[in-house]
Design a protein around this ligand. Structure first.
Ligand code: ATP
Length: 318
């Protein structure tokens, strides 16, 4: 359905995409994983015809989307990060308006509006003005507007930011339902449990390049990361020779083929300050770390924000 090849894009000095590829088949959900600034939005914008690449090609349903953007646009629905609904229109009017823009007319438009409202739990809100929706409801409407014309390729850029658990579940169910009906879906998120819930294939992007792709199982098998995570009372011993990363308050991670005995030996007389130790578990978080050398929630260049993020989020293997 989608074949984007060798996409390259610079914004002045910033090389946002550096020869990135993305392919999605009908019925497939691909989760695009990358840190802030990795190039995900740039990639989606190029595929959606909102941005010209410096080089590369985009083929959508057999159409050269860069040469024929209008024909390609009919095949796709995109929900960008910022919600783009009309607050003075009702939920139904929003859905019908976006349906009309995509070429739906008359009764088809009305029935698709009702269908997607049902899928995303908006039926009881159809006559309410969009400006009077809660944040989660507005986000569901934003997504519903992208899928009202039953696109063959649906691209959702972090659709669950700020959404509560019920909204997340509804969105995930709706996306799975669309894929089951044959749509190709690209889904970006920083939230790994969603990737698992979607049962999505994964593409890891960093610095504008695709570094790994495959199913969760394939990636976990290929990029197993060995190491320990441990909690220390009172900070690391001053003479510790290991390359240790602090990943939370008093919590550290060290990579390598190590076990508990190595840790006890390294701490020597100070080993009584070790509160807990566990092996890193093979999961998507460790895959991401193994592939990119970074945590998914860290800032691109590390620094204070990354440190703050590391201290406030769950860590590898927890
Ligand atoms: P996020 O997870 O934060 O949404 P992303 O993976 O979507 O990030 P992009 O928005 O594609 O990343 O940005 C890729 C790089 O290009 C970043 O370094 C970003 O600062 C830069 N960039 C994006 N848009 C512009 C722009 N209009 N002008 C200049 N630089 C830009």
């Amino acid at each position: 359905m989608l074949r984007a090849t060798d996409l390259t894009k610079a914004y002045g000095e910033v090389q946002a995409l550096n020869g990135a590829d993305l392919s999605v088949e009908p019925g497939q959900v691909v989760s695009l994983l990358g840190r802030n600034g990795a190039g995900k939005t740039t990639m989606l914008s190029i595929i959606a015809g909102l941005l010209r690449p410096d080089a590369g090609s985009v083929e959508l349903g057999g159409i050269d989307a860069l040469a024929k953007p209008e024909a390609a646009a009919k095949l796709l629905g995109i929900a960008p990060q910022e919600t783009g609904i009309y607050t003075v229109l009702t939920v139904r009017q929003n859905l019908e308006f976006f349906g009309e823009l995509s070429g739906l007319n008359g009764s088809a438009r009305a029935s698709r509006a009702s269908e997607v409202a049902e899928q995303l739990g908006l039926t009881s809100l159809l006559d309410r003005r969009a400006g009077k929706l809660s944040g989660g409801e507005a986000r569901r409407l934003h997504t519903a507007c992208a899928l009202v014309h039953a696109p063959k390729l649906l691209m959702l850029d972090e659709p669950t930011v700020g959404a509560d658990v019920a909204t997340r579940l509804q969105l995930i169910e709706a996306v799975r339902g669309l894929a089951a009906e044959g749509a190709a879906v690209v889904y970006t998120t920083h939230y790994l449990p969603e990737v698992e819930a979607l049962d999505a294939d994964i593409v890891i992007i960093d610095d504008g390049r695709v570094l790994a792709e495959g199913t969760r199982e394939q990636l976990v098998a290929e990029h197993e990361l060995r190491g320990l995570r441990f909690v220390v009372d009172g900070g690391l011993p001053s003479g510790l020779q290991w390359d240790v990363t602090e990943v939370g308050e008093g919590t550290y991670r060290v990579l390598g083929d190590l076990d508990m005995r190595d840790l006890l030996a390294a701490f020597g007389p100070e080993s009584d300050r070790l509160v807990s130790v566990e092996a890193l578990k093979p999961d998507l978080e460790t895959v991401f770390l193994a592939v990119t050398g970074n945590r998914l929630d860290a800032e691109p260049d590390g620094g204070p924000d990354a440190r703050a993020a590391a201290q406030t989020t769950e860590e590898v293997g927890s």
